[in-house]
Ligand binder design. Structure first.
Ligand SMILES: Cc1ncc(COP(=O)(O)O)c(C=O)c1O
Length: 393
């Protein structure tokens, strides 16, 4: 191979994604896409809100907005975002705390690049988003995981044990992909206290980085606490990918806690990393569009109905799971310990899902329910048969 040995190893490590994709394509070619029940992708199936189209039409007609801009993004866009966050989360964020990025992935990458030295550790509760490992490695860090409780809430004792003199970032994601769980204000306050204590113990700033692209997709009036109130040295990374259904447009932002110890240094570092990673800046057109969409999101009731439907189907099939509080994923236990094998049993029923092993939690599967209701209903019998087959083995 003439590619990097490290990338070769990463490709092998994530080969199950490719295999699943290939198996899905084979099933779709053989049975027709409408006869394959694909719960494997977190690709929102809702169209963006109508206001997105209106603003896009208007913005696209404005002339003279095609040049480079300040590395952190257009000042007026950052201003609107800072105003919204300050109101929505009751915190005094200013435009100078916001950097426009290429999606939440871009926000996480510029943040990690800004704070990691080679060998620094990034710690994340499992299960967690598959890409965190790769993002950490991109910037010379070492990714480590820490278990959560059975209901996927934060296990502070396990975290206290895992944090050491190399820990630089505690990376959380709420509402969570793949579990749909939301961390409570109390648990975040406890986490903030722990990070303060550990930062003092090891005489270094440990950052709390909160990945929040699903913040607006929550059920049953659940409130997502503001991490800034729980810990000063915190940074939020987010995007418009999921809440206005535009993941292909690559637009998001990073916000620094205005009380962060090294606020100005951090801001200058983020502006630089945003440039040198190679994005240079977030897409100009989309920055101007999202500026006008701060209060807007897709109809979350759509996902709430899908959540009820899929939970009913899974319950009837005999799965155990914690009901999602947000995002559009559910993470049931598999009836046999080998989740990859169970995924193969589901494929025999033309159902595609992702093994929990990929998220660091074997013995589970992730089901993305951002799909049409008829896909969920049509898969019901297949789920039942797969569970029966697994239990019979
Ligand atoms: C938890 C989590 N973080 C980050 C991302 C990346 O989001 P974006 O497409 O905005 O870069 C995703 C996308 O699925 C995600 O689920």
């Amino acid at each position: 191979m003439t590619i990097s040995k490290k990338i070769e190893a990463f490709m092998t490590r994530s080969s199950w994604i490719r295999k699943m994709f290939e198996e899905g394509s084979r099933l779709k070619a053989e049975h027709g896409a409408e006869n394959v029940f694909d719960f494997s992708l977190g690709n929102p199936n809702l169209a963006p809100p109508e206001k997105f189209n209106q603003i896009l039409d208007a913005v696209v007609r404005e002339k003279g907005w095609h040049g480079y801009m300040p590395q952190a993004g257009y000042p007026h866009v950052r201003e609107k975002i800072a105003d919204f966050i300050s109101r929505d989360q009751d915190c005094g964020v200013t435009a100078n705390d916001v950097v426009m990025t290429c999606g939440a992935a871009g926000a996480l990458n510029i943040t990690l690049k800004a704070v990691l030295d080679p060998g620094d550790e990034v710690l994340s509760p499992t299960p967690c988003f598959v890409e965190y490992h790769f993002y950490t490695d991109n910037h010379g860090g070492v990714f480590k995981t820490v278990p959560t409780h059975d209901d996927f809430s934060l296990d502070l004792d396990a975290m206290a044990e895992a944090i050491n003199e190399k820990t630089k970032v505690l990376l959380i994601n709420s509402p969570n992909n793949p579990t749909g769980q939301v961390y409570t204000k109390e648990s975040l306050d406890d986490l903030g206290r722990l990070l303060k204590e550990k930062s003092e113990q090891f005489n270094r700033t440990i950052y709390l980085v909160s990945d929040e692209p699903y913040r607006k997709i929550v059920y049953d009036d659940i409130q997502i606490p503001c991490i800034f109130a729980s810990y000063d040295d915190s940074i939020m990374a987010t995007s418009y990918s999921k809440d206005i259904s535009i993941p292909g447009e690559r637009i998001g932002f990073t916000v620094i806690n205005p009380h962060a110890t090294y606020r100005t240094d951090l801001m200058n570092a983020l502006a630089l990393t945003n440039r040198i990673i190679g994005f240079v800046n977030a897409p100009a057109l989309m920055q101007r569009v999202v500026a006008e969409l701060q209060e807007v999101s897709v109809d979350v009731n759509f996902y709430a109905r899908r959540k009820e439907l899929i939970c009913g189907v899974l319950r009837d099939a005999g799965f155990s799971f914690v009901e999602p509080q947000g995002a559009f994923y559910v993470f049931p236990q598999t009836p046999i310990a080998d989740d990859v094998r169970f995924i193969a049993m589901l494929q025999e029923e033309r159902i595609l899902a992702v093994p929990g092993s990929g998220f660091g939690s074997p013995g589970h599967i992730r089901i993305a329910f951002c799909v049409p209701g008829k896909t969920i209903s049509a898969a019901a019998e297949g789920f039942k048969r797969a569970v029966a087959k697994a239990q019979a083995k």
